[in-house]
Design a protein around this ligand. Sequence first.
Ligand code: NAI
Ligand code: MG
Length: 335
Amino acid sequence: MSLKATLIPGDGIGPEVAAAARLVLDAAASSPISWEECEAGGDYIGRYGKPLPDETVQSIRRTGVALKGPITTPVGSGFRSVNVELRKRLDLYANFRPARTMPGVKSRYDGVDLMVVRENTEGLYSGLEHIVVPGVVESLRVITEKGSERIVRYAFELARRQGRRRVTAVHKANILKLSDGLFLEVARRVARDFPDIEYDEAIVDATAMRLVMDPASFDVLVMENLFGDIVSDLAAGLVGGLGLAPSSNIGEHAAMFEAVHGSAPDIAGKGIANPTALILAGAMMLHHMGDHEGGDRVERGVIQVLEEGSCRTADLGGSASTRAFAEAVAAVSST
Ligand code: NAI
Ligand code: MG
């Protein structure tokens, strides 16, 4: 049997970390992966007239899974984020980011083990903005019952599957009484279907402070799009930074796995980027495809190489190249 997956290398450090992740996954997967390599990003506008070619979306629809390197998004003007467009077109509504202390990696806290579940398709990322009159702009924050229901349900099911204790709904319903009020109302209703999991609520600003002061007091957190974008980067920072943080975007019919970090133009092309985040995203992909042994082998490889400490990329204080790190992980993960 062979597993099919779409690979989007992306731009900036994307092709470097994607090649590294592919090397590790090919070594660790229980059966061979047949990759469909696809293009996306600003470099392809000349060829396709748009940054996200239809062929790429069709490939993900066909394979059901994609591993994606970061893609640069122009700020202020220019084309809409390819990442946001992929999430919308494939309806990848659940963005799940684990943040776990890695052995041997220096970070502010030991024993952090939390999961951020972010709604991925609505909120302030609906792309509905308009100029009311010159000097006044409105951006619409859309919260729906359906969108809230499926993301909260995803968080509870994830909690149950992974043997977690508690789900916290993060909100600002004291101010956003209607929109976050609806989110909370739905969350309370869904929570009743999961009597084995504790449920509580926390206001987003207080959550930010508590995460920085006492991250171990959280387990699974679920929230709307913008709050989740910010809180999940904060959580990544608690456990050693962007180079280590993987992310998955899950829908009914497709799933896309990527790093939390961006295309890092400052270090692109030098072969020094840390590929850990995308390698760990690849492990999540193997688990999603049902290859739990392969996924475990990838995680074991990363943990062992980081813990051993002699082969590290520059962001973690070492001097190993992207490729050398991946080869060290692959050597462990293949056994
Ligand atoms: P960034 O994450 O690319 O870089 C922030 C800092 O972290 C830089 O100093 C960079 O060198 C460092 N860094 C990031 N990943 C690293 C890695 N794997 N190894 C070592 N160091 C690493 O964030 P930035 O600069 O804000 O964004 C750059 C571009 O990436 C933007 O165009 C942004 O829109 C895009 N982006 C794309 C994402 C995606 O494709 N999902 C996610 C986030 C940003
Ligand atoms: Mg972000």
